[in-house]
Every structure is written in C-alpha cells, then in structure tokens.
Design a protein around this ligand. Structure first.
Ligand code: TMP
Length: 216
C-alpha cells in the first residue's frame, strides 16, 4: 500500500457536462473542510504540458495520427505526474484534476478506436501504480451535452468530432465506471446545476467520511 496523506481526485465527463463549474464547486467543498488543494488539468498542468495541450487541441495538426495523439497525452501526463502531482501528494496536499487517464481510454480508446492494451501499457509505464483515489464521472446524454457546449466559443480539435465519436466516449466512460465501482461515482449531469451539485456534495462528504473512518 502506498503511504501518502494527500488524496488524488479526478473529474471526467463528455462535452457540455459542466466540468468547469462543478470542479470549482468541489474545490470549495474541499477547502471548506480545511484541505489544501492543488487544482490542475489534463492535458496540461505544467508549462510543457500546456504546450502539448496546445498541440493536441489546436487546429495546426488536424491530421494527427491517433497513436501520436495518445502518446502526446501520456507525455504530458508523465510531466504532470513527476513534476506536479506526485510532489504535491507526497507533501500531503490533495490534487483535484480536470481529466486524467480515464479520458485516454474514453477518447483515444473508445473515440479513436485504439486498442485498449496499448493504453494499458502506457498507463503502467507512466503511472507506476499511481491511480486516482476517487473519480467523479459527470454523465449525460451526448446530444444534451453537445447542445449545451454548442453555445460556447470556437470548437477545438476534439469538439469538432461527430456524435458517434462522443457516443463511444460516453460508453467507454460508463464501462470503466462499471468495472471500478470503488473508485468511480457517476453523477447525473443532465439535471439542473443545483441538483448536480447536491449529488456531488453527497459524494464528497461520503468520501471524506470514509477517510475519517480509516484514520480513527
Ligand atoms: P477539456 O478538458 O477542456 O474538456 O479538453 C480536453 C480535451 O482533451 C477533451 O476533448 C478530452 C481530450 N482528452 C483526450 O482525448 N485524452 C486525454 O487523455 C485527456 C486528458 C483529454
């Protein structure tokens, strides 16, 4: 068992799931409990990672091969883990991350159709056993999410994908949540923001209680 006090929480979801506002809400919930939170995102979170993010999300390399995309995601992740996530956790800080490796399974595996075993190989290599302690999956029907997201600014290199791509992304997320019920909590993100936040508050409170039990 890894001995570290900091907890690693990730938030995942498809387009228009309301990740940004709900991440801010989770951050406040944790800080109100006296927890020091490092708030970060993937791809990104470090200077190099943010440069890789620009390559991945921008339209300069529209024909990028799927394997290149996958390996850039993991290159950014290696940097993020080694330079930000692991140091923070080892100092007892909590890390709240907007997307992590589940997104690689969902988007590169489900969406692009890359063999999941390749993703597993990279995960084992790069993460060396580090996985999130809790993952909140903001789930909603693809069309509902696309309708919400459509009201925003210029779409990035993923947002221009078709509905079928996002259906595969959603199905992969749900499949992974089903396989790892101990880590995942599925949040119904199709309802109103206050209703979503009430589900999140219950999940976070219950998670904090389990940690208190362990330390008693
Ligand atoms: P967002 O976090 O602002 O939604 O944008 C990040 C985009 O990158 C999103 O479309 C999902 C995609 N992504 C992957 O395809 N694979 C990954 O491993 C990660 C972290 C993100």
């Amino acid at each position: 068992m890894t001995i570290r006090k900091g907890q690693f929480i990730t938030v995942e979801g498809g387009e228009g799931a309301g990740k940004s506002s709900n991440l801010a809400f989770i951050r406040v919930l944790l800080e109100q409990s006296g927890i020091e939170v490092v708030f970060t995102r993937e791809p990104g979170g470090t200077a190099l990672g943010e440069d890789i993010r620009d390559l991945l999300l921008g339209h300069k390399h529209t024909g990028m091969a799927s394997d290149t995309e996958l390996m850039l995601m993991f290159a950014a992740r290696a940097e993020h883990l080694n330079r930000l996530i692991l140091p923070a956790l080892s100092q007892g800080k909590w890390v709240l991350c907007d997307r992590f490796t589940d997104a690689s399974y969902a988007y590169q595996g489900g969406g692009r159709g890359i063999d999941m075993r390749r993703i597993q190989f990279l995960e084992t290599w790069v993460q060396q056993g580090i996985t999130p302690d809790l993952t909140l999956l903001l789930d909603l029907p693809v069309q509902t999410g696309l309708d919400r997201a459509g009201q925003r600014s210029e779409p990035d290199r993923f947002e221009v994908e078709q509905t079928a791509f996002f259906e595969r992304v959603r199905a992969t997320y749900l499949e992974r949540a089903g396989q790892e019920p101990g880590r995942f909590r599925i949040i119904d993100a199709a309802v109103t923001l206050p209703q979503v936040q009430s589900q999140i508050a219950s999940v976070v409170t219950a998670f904090l209680e389990t940690l208190e039990d362990v330390h008693e």
